[in-house]
Design a protein around this ligand. Structure first.
Ligand code: NAD
Length: 496
């Protein structure tokens, strides 16, 4: 696929109760290709009435789905995994068109991973069980794990397919039906995916997907009395709104939120590995740093600080920013003009702040691609590094969601931990050291839901993933995520 194609605009539909339907209002939203700015698709702009229909369909399907033999439920999830495998190329193309993430990552990374995620959760479906609890001879006591009913999934734009695979996989395996509200900026891969559900054998109403704006469709889902749980991935700011909106119906909430993750390099580290881990896979990523786990604070011990600055500059200079469909590109586009404006605002803040020094980068689309280039209408930012002395600037403490990092020196372990923990977030942290005892102490002392040692990042469907502090609570992936999609009922049978 080429980003410069001029093909007719594709119109996508919601998926409600097994039918592909437009928004009842008939309204649609334009979808732009982040690399060119060209409109290439339209999605339904749904509202509360569409959400009502989707929740009604999910509620109607809930009892039947929960009572299906677990291995039958698993079979449908497995079938969907295989259908996804058969459509990897098409779905990866759509994911790249949607998000601007480079094709080599969607095609060889994210989409194949979705297949594995779905197989993992299919395998979990028949493993759920309660416990017997011994409280004495006069009674028999046990717990039952039951599905919650209808679970609402609210997704961000940066990794639509892997996030829906993990959230839907866990909810469905536990016997729930779902209503998904993907991000309005990136949801066409998901809407195309809904066309596979029927072939995978899912009964009508088990999976429903409704697109639209956060304050319309998203808000309606979160407020809906028929929804038992909201699993949300997105910004901390939106999570606060959702928590307030959900109070009226006392829903269970699961929040995967933002981050400002420290990637900490000690002087005893393998600096070749650390250099790659703080650059290519840390913050100058395939999706231009638009990652909740971006290692956007690079902390480096003083004896190797200047050397690391030069190493990082060297790698950043080799990275190709550009056409997401070119397998030679390393860094793709920023998802929307609004997000580009946000990142550009931080670049200006950084330049204007006396506590910071721009070490390299800082250019955006108009400087990177001339107006007449195929990408002149797109939204790009080059890898950018600022030197900082701590967390005291906005650039060093707020989530930017772009390929922009600060590099901060530290003297010893205690100072590294103090700087690392000195933000409101707590999603992830990287530690680069050859000292095993230090590695264990850092894992113990860092306030982060995920700590990676001599690697950055590492996410696996079998491992629980989630944050602390303002990065949220609850888990995606792993057995924990299946358990969180259940409720526990305690039973007492009197034997006396
Ligand atoms: P966002 O919070 O703006 O939007 C996320 C979703 O919430 C979208 O579907 C949006 O339509 C919906 N929404 C917005 N307002 C709503 C409301 N009032 N009620 C209900 N739903 C509403 O986030 P985003 O800009 O799409 O994504 C970027 C953010 O997501 C970043 O902060 C990033 O760190 C975070 N993120 C976290 C993870 C993680 O796993 N921790 C993964 C990816 C992204």
């Amino acid at each position: 696929m080429s980003v410069t194609m001029s093909e007719p605009i594709t119109e996508y539909a919601n998926y409600i109760g097994g039918a592909h339907t437009p928004a009842h209002s008939g309204l649609m939203l334009d979808m732009a290709n982040p690399a060119t700015g060209q409109i290439w698709a339209r999605i339904p702009r749904s509202d509360a009435a569409d959400i009502d229909r989707a929740v009604a369909a999910a509620s109607a399907a809930a009892v039947g789905w929960s009572r299906l033999d677990a291995k039958v439920r698993a079979g449908h999830i497995r079938a969907l995994a295989e259908m996804t495998r058969a459509h990897i190329r098409e779905l990866a193309d759509l994911e790249t068109l949607d998000t601007g993430r480079v094709i080599k990552e969607t095609l060889y990374g994210h989409l194949p991973t979705c297949v594995e995620i779905l197989h993992f959760f299919a395998g979990a479906a028949d493993k759920l069980h309660g416990e017997t609890v011994n409280v004495g001879h006069a009674s028999f006591n046990f717990t039952r794990r039951e599905p919650l009913g209808v679970v609402g999934l609210v997704l961000p734009w940066n990794s639509p397919m892997s996030l829906i695979a993990a959230k839907a996989g866990a909810a469905l395996a536990a016997g729930n039906t779902i209503v998904v509200k993907p991000a309005e900026q990136a949801c066409c891969s998901i809407l195309r995916w809904t066309q596979l559900f029927e072939e995978a054998g899912f009964p009508e109403g088990v999976i429903n997907v409704v697109t639209g704006l956060g304050e319309e469709a998203g808000r309606a889902l979160v407020r809906h009395p028929g929804v038992a749980r909201i699993s949300f991935t997105g910004s901390t700011e939106t999570a606060r709104l959702i928590m307030a909106e959900a109070a009226g119906t006392l829903k269970q909430l699961h929040f995967e939120l933002g981050g400002k993750s420290p990637n900490i390099v000690f002087a005893d580290a393998d600096l070749d590995a650390a250099t790659l881990g703080v650059t290519r896979t840390g913050v100058f990523t395939a999706n231009a740093g638009q990652s909740c786990i971006a290692g956007s604070r690079i902390l480096v011990q003083r004896p190797v600080f200047e050397e690391m600055v030069e190493r990082i500059r060297g790698v950043a200079g080799e990275l190709v920013v550009g056409d997401p469909f070119d397998e030679g590109s390393d860094i793709g586009a920023i998802v929307s003009p609004e997000q580009l404006a946000r990142v550009s605002g931080y670049l200006k803040l950084g330049r204007d702040d006396d506590r910071l020094e721009l070490l390299f980068g800082g250019r955006t689309t108009p400087e990177l691609f001339a107006a007449e280039s195929p990408f002149g209408g797109g939204w790009f930012v080059e890898p950018t590094l600022f030197r900082a002395t701590g967390n005291d600037s906005r650039l060093a403490s707020e989530e930017i969601f772009g390929p922009v990092a600060v590099i901060v020196p530290f003297d010893d372990e205690a100072e590294a931990v103090a700087i690392a923990n000195g933000t409101d977030y707590g999603l992830a942290a990287g530690v680069w050291t050859s000292d095993l005892k230090r590695a264990h102490r850092m894992i113990r002392d860092l306030d982060a839901g995920n700590v990676w040692v001599n690697a950055y990042p590492r996410i696996h469907w079998a491992l629980p993933f989630g944050g602390m502090k303002d990065s949220g609570f609850g888990k995606d992936s792993g057995w924990e995520s299946v358990l969180e999609n259940t409720r526990i009922k305690t039973a007492w049978i009197d034997l006396a």
